[in-house]
Every structure is written in C-alpha cells, then in structure tokens.
Design a binder for this molecule. Sequence first.
Ligand code: KMT
Ligand code: NI
Length: 179
Amino acid sequence: SIEAWFMDDSDEDHRMPHKLNPNEPVSLKELENIGVFYWKLDADIYETDPVLEKIRKDRGYSYSDIITIDKDKLPNYEDKLKMFFEEHLHLDDEIRYILDGRAYFDVRDREDRWIRIAMTKGDLITLPAGIYHRFTLTETNYTQAMRLFVGEPVWKAYNRPADEFDIRQKYATDSSRAC
Ligand code: KMT
Ligand code: NI
C-alpha cells in the first residue's frame, strides 16, 4: 500500500523524507478524507493494462502523456523542479501514475499541515482540483510518470495564495468530506 506521513519543519534538502520523530503515518482513509485517491497497478504492463483502461474509461481520463524527470532528459530540469515544489493548486484534478523511479507529492491537510505521500512504481494518485500541493523527486533524483487528464490538459498552476478561485472555495468547504 501507499506510505504517507506528516512532515517535520526542517528546511534541509527537500528530497529527504522529512518524517517526524517518532513518525506520524497518515492512512489511506485520511487521504481520502481530503480528496486524495490511490490505486496500485502493474506498471510493467501499462501499455495494455485492462485495469488502467477501466479507470481511464470510468473517470474520463482521455488524455495521457509521459514525463521523464531526469537531469539529462527533461528540458529546463532545474526550473521545472523548482516550479513543481512551489506550493500551488490547479483548477482540475492532478492525476499521476508512476511508471518508474520515485517521487513525493506533498498535500496540505485541513489544518494546513504538510502530508508527504511516497510514490513508487505502480502508484496512481489523484489530487483534487483546489488542493494545495507540491511535488519533488526523492534522493534517487529520477522518476517517469504518466500524466492523465479529462479532455485537453491544462497545466496552469496557481501558487499560494490562490484562495479567490471558486474551485478552491468548493474544495475547502466540500461537506462530502469528513472534518
Ligand atoms: C504538478 O503540477 O505538481 C506536477 O505536474 C508535478 C510533476 S508531474 C510528475
Ligand atoms: Ni500540481
């Protein structure tokens, strides 16, 4: 299953785990309560996987591409990673499927604490529109991820503060989620 935890306050290298001491794990249920959903798939067969096909069909994820985040392969690697690690939100869900390597997605909980989600090969995650989050590589400095989207992709990120958007208000007040 997925591993997630509350982060410490240290400013040291953000590619380190940043667990509290003692560790305070966050369960899948707690992630669901803030609108984050997760599947474990077989990334070795992503091109023909019927389970992935079904998720895509059920949820309307018509668009996909693959991003390789590697110093030698990604144009403007440093700038992009810097952007990804700025706390931001999107007006649509962020859907990522890790095909190789490792990554951290950090999301804010209701009390504005950072939760770090450790993603490895085969992990598919959806972050709801309007949630504040950020992304970083781990100490292994490499990942390859499928980016999914409903319809034409919109990559625009709004750095915090971005509370004026309806989708942010909707996310923040959504009563379908537990308190
Ligand atoms: C985002 O908006 O946070 C990202 O696209 C993260 C990098 S994609 C693996
Ligand atoms: Ni994002």
